[in-house]
Design a protein around this ligand. Structure first.
Ligand SMILES: Nc1ncnc2c1ncn2[C@@H]1O[C@H](COP(=O)(O)OP(=O)(O)OP(=O)(O)O)[C@@H](O)[C@H]1O
Length: 257
């Protein structure tokens, strides 16, 4: 059985005046250690899918299993990286990155040392006693990554985590997040509007279509690109070929819509 299984998921939002079919008949599997991206036109249900995968909302029909169990945002070990870092401004960086462990009653001396070590590993030692407002956007996202990894999640959900950053910082962070997740063999699901980011970071790309949200096509990233760092992937011919393929498919979806 796969690490994560999505079985015939449908999801509708009901309001007093309307029903929106956000997702229709979605099924796919994710293996442990895989990096998957969800791409597709606006409104195709990417964020809804992520909320269902993480157990924040239950699908109207169908089910998701992570490690054989229904996801539960309270108990399943899930890490998030979002567009905004959501660091607490009144807490120091050290307090911010240890907060998850503290809330879960798991803050041991060993885990503290490990988490502070992680901060060092991603090039941020010496900022432990600073406050978020003293850091740049890229540094804050790196702190957010450490905070996420501190709780040793089984799976990470990344919802456009680089989209608020300038281009250069975004490319650097893609490399850093990729290296870190590979080193710790984490399973990850990324939602992005950036096809280049999806190709350069993922093993597979799930292209969704809108109205209603459906899984339109799955693209496998060629083996030769998978172990390269995202920045290096972008200069390869196989990257350009896949980029064109996904781009054309997206255009055809948008023209149909
Ligand atoms: N809370 C909600 N109540 C009603 N409709 C919703 C709600 N959340 C999302 N929707 C609708 O469900 C559909 C899918 O939305 P969702 O945000 O999951 O798409 P998305 O692919 O993440 O979009 P985007 O790329 O623009 O962020 C859209 O039609 C949206 O308007």
């Amino acid at each position: 059985m796969s690490f994560l299984t999505v079985q015939n998921v449908h999801h509708s939002y009901f309001t007093p005046k309307s029903v929106t079919n956000a997702l229709q008949n979605i099924s796919f599997d994710i293996e442990e250690g895989e990096f998957i991206s969800l791409v597709g036109p606006s409104g195709c249900g990417k964020t809804t899918m992520l909320s269902i995968l993480s157990g924040l909302i239950s699908p109207t029909e169908g089910k998701v299993l992570i490690d054989g169990r229904l996801p539960n945002s309270q108990t399943t070990s899930i890490g998030y990286m979002l567009q905004q870092d959501y660091l607490f401004p009144w807490k120091t960086i050290e307090e911010n990155i240890l907060l998850g462990l503290k809330l879960q009653n798991q803050l041991t001396a060993e885990k503290k040392e490990k988490t502070l070590g992680l901060l060092k590993e991603i090039g941020l030692s010496g900022i432990e006693m600073q406050y978020p407002k003293q850091l740049s956007g890229g540094m804050r996202q790196r702190v957010a990554l450490v905070r996420t990894l501190a709780i040793n999640p089984k799976i990470l959900f990344l919802d456009e985590p680089f989209s608020a950053l300038d281009y250069q910082t975004k490319l650097k962070l893609e490399d850093l997040v990729f290296d870190t997740l590979k080193a710790y063999r984490k399973t990850a699901v990324l939602v992005t509007h950036d096809i280049g980011e999806a190709i350069s970071m993922s093993d597979r790309i799930l292209l969704f279509n809108a109205k209603p949200g459906r899984l339109h096509k799955v693209f496998s990233v060629p083996e030769e690109l998978r172990n390269l760092r995202p920045f290096d992937v972008r200069s390869k011919e196989a990257y350009s070929i896949l980029f064109q393929e996904i781009w054309k498919e997206l255009e055809s979806l948008e023209n149909d819509g």
